[in-house]
Design a protein around this ligand. Structure first.
Ligand SMILES: Nc1ncnc2c1ncn2[C@@H]1O[C@H](COP(=O)(O)OP(=O)(O)OP(=O)(O)O)[C@@H](O)[C@H]1O
Ligand SMILES: [Mg+2]
Length: 303
């Protein structure tokens, strides 16, 4: 018999979810309470998310959380709903049920762009997400200008002036971001067509981290790159997330990448999470037959 039992405690302050399903007990004479850290505050909480396209159920009661600095891999067959889930979290489309909390704030039906200060996306083809008429430097500077909060409040700039003509502080900030993703400062003046796919993806990562997001969503971010470049970009994303304590959703159909990048993995099948665990657990001790089949394909069968 415990002296104190706390069961399924929730607390909101306004719209912010501060405590979510907290459970613990304290026994007589034992002051050591075990509180699961993830109950207290996750960067991202996805709760009972459902999505229909027409009358087809695409996502069914999807639940998971991601902590700061944690990289969560999301895998599953083509069409299982990975990108749909990413687009719901990024508020590009609405869900038909459930809730999404970002840094404790309910963003399920959030409008406007304010939450992009805390959440950024990286897509498969970065060329498509850059304006071909603007230099990479100007594009990387854009979110910094949109979210002037940071240390950038001090920066002065005028709309549509070339990066060169903007404040030296903004230029220095862009050059620092380029250095963080392994590009020299002369890339700031290049156009998307003047760089390789790998370099363009590095620039996209620089733009994403420019606002110091809490959550990074990577949807097949390395799938279009050749193997060597892919390994470099995966290592870059991993290092940045660890260094900057960024939570990351890493969606991939490439199972071989999971041990290299993911701390934990969820397996989606027909819109449901059928399994979650560390990459090693899924490889050596998968519980569901679907995960075992998935892991038996390609990479894991050959290593
Ligand atoms: N806008 C849409 N309208 C109707 N159906 C859609 C729409 N977007 C996606 N779907 C359908 O939803 C299902 C899930 O698609 P989704 O793009 O999420 O899959 P995925 O897991 O990302 O696949 P892949 O690995 O090939 O990228 C598919 O059957 C797809 O055809
Ligand atoms: Mg997809």
């Amino acid at each position: 018999m415990s002296v104190l039992q706390v069961r399924h405690v929730k607390k909101f302050f306004g719209k912010r979810l501060i405590l979510d399903d907290v459970n613990f007990s304290i026994d007589a004479g034992n002051l050591h309470a075990r509180i699961n850290r993830s109950d207290i505050m996750n960067v991202l909480q996805v709760r009972h998310v459902k999505k229909f396209f027409g009358n087809q159920l695409i996502l069914d009661d999807v639940n998971f959380s991601v902590d700061a600095g944690e990289i969560l891999g999301i895998v599953g067959l083509s069409g299982c709903g990975k990108s749909t889930l990413a687009r719901i979290i990024a508020r590009l489309i609405d869900c038909d049920g459930g809730k999404i909390f970002l840094c404790g704030e309910d963003i399920t039906h959030a409008t406007g762009n304010a939450f992009y200060r805390n959440m950024q996306m990286i897509f498969q083809t970065p060329e498509d997400s850059f304006d071909p008429r603007r230099t990479l430097g100007a594009s990387i500077a854009e979110p910094i200008k949109n979210f002037k909060s940071l240390e950038l409040e001090a920066l002065s700039f005028k709309e549509n002036t070339p990066l060169k003509a903007q404040s030296s502080k903004l230029k220095a900030k862009v050059e620092k971001l380029l250095a963080e993703v392994g590009l020299s400062k002369n890339y700031a003046e290049r156009y998307p067509r003047e760089v390789s796919g790998g370099e363009c993806q590095r620039a996209a990562i620089a733009r994403a981290i420019s606002v110091e997001p809490k959550l990074l969503i990577c949807d097949e971010a390395t799938s279009a790159l050749d193997v060597t470049i892919q390994a470099q970009v995966v290592a870059l994303i991993k290092n940045l997330c660890v260094k900057k304590n960024i939570a990351c959703l890493f969606i991939t159909h490439d199972l071989a990448l999971l041990p290299k990048i993911a701390d934990r993995v969820i397996v989606l099948h027909n819109g449901c999470i059928v399994e979650q665990g560390t990459p090693r657990q899924l490889i050596t001790d998968a519980q569901s037959s679907f995960t075992r089949q998935l892991m038996a394909t390609d990479f894991f069968a050959t290593t």
